[in-house]
Design a protein around this ligand. Structure first.
Ligand code: HEC
Length: 241
């Protein structure tokens, strides 16, 4: 009899333990139930930044003031981010992206023979010329500005870097594209300017644009000339000549 009782106790203790484990499992799974994430994976973007910028209505760069004093060497350094896909020398080959010689002030889809995306073609319909502002917006966030573009580049968010880069791009075949006159409406603190002073309409301010151009020319020449020309000493001359 006493043996039976002993086994009852052991069996009972085992049952109790098993029951306790079951309860703990149930309770913990109720507390720590796995919730599937609303978005899977990591999507890296900075929409808040864009939203914030839009809300503050950030002024576009004042090209007339900034380009003449831009740092072309820094712009060339910034262009290092582009060389994986773009050449910039005159007559340079199209790569993953089109050659960019003379793109500043040139037509959108300026490089004949490059297979642009439908998105870029649609963009050309809306904004046919790569003005300073257009280039600036595109380079800031290509995918956001031309949705569906096949330029898979995250963008350059730093404005001074973009200004230097655009000055460098301009020096490569676009020096004929005039720099606009300084625009007080784009200078810091201009938000408080009286609304009556409407910005000059393009074209009516031609004298101002012309006056600003030579100033830049002097600053821009030195680096423009740096583009090396093929050395004249050709070692392998083809037949003829
Ligand atoms: C990963 C490759 C890649 C990188 C890096 C890249 N681009 Fe592009 N870029 C392209 C492609 C591809 C296109 C054509 C886009 C299309 O057709 O939608 C393009 C188009 C352009 C255009 C329009 C040219 C035209 O003829 O209308 C400009 C301007 C441009 N890129 C500038 C830049 C600059 C400046 C940088 C560096 C800050 C840069 N890109 C970095 C691939 C690249």
């Amino acid at each position: 009899m006493s043996g039976d009782l002993k086994w009852n106790k052991i069996f009972g203790a085992g049952l109790g333990t098993a029951f306790a484990i079951l309860v703990v499992q149930q309770v913990s799974s109720a507390i720590f139930a796995p919730h599937p994430p609303e978005k899977m994976g990591y999507f890296v973007d900075a929409p808040e930044e864009a939203a914030g910028g839009a809300a503050e209505a950030e002024l576009p760069p004042d090209w007339g003031t900034l380009l003449p004093v831009a740092d072309l060497a820094a712009g060339e350094a910034a262009f290092a981010r582009c060389v994986a896909c773009h050449t910039i020398n005159a007559g340079g080959a199209n790569g993953i992206g089109p050659n960019l010689y003379g793109v500043v002030g040139g037509p959108v889809m300026h490089s004949a023979g490059f297979a642009y995306s439908d998105a870029m073609a649609a963009h050309k319909g809306e904004a046919p010329v790569w003005t300073y502002d257009e280039l600036d917006r595109f380079i800031t966030a290509p995918q956001r500005y031309v949705a569906g573009t096949k330029m898979s580049f995250a963008g350059l968010r730093d404005t001074p870097t973009r200004v230097n880069l655009i000055a460098y791009l301009r020096a490569q075949g676009s020096t004929g594209y005039a720099i606009p006159a300084p625009d007080p409406a784009r200078q810091p603190g201009a938000a408080a300017a009286p609304a009556g002073e409407a910005p000059a309409v393009e074209g009516t301010d031609a004298t101002g644009a012309e006056a600003a151009a030579p100033v830049e020319g002097a600053a821009g020449q030195a680096t423009t000339q740096a583009t090396p020309v093929a050395p004249p000493s050709a070692t392998s001359t083809p037949t003829g000549g």
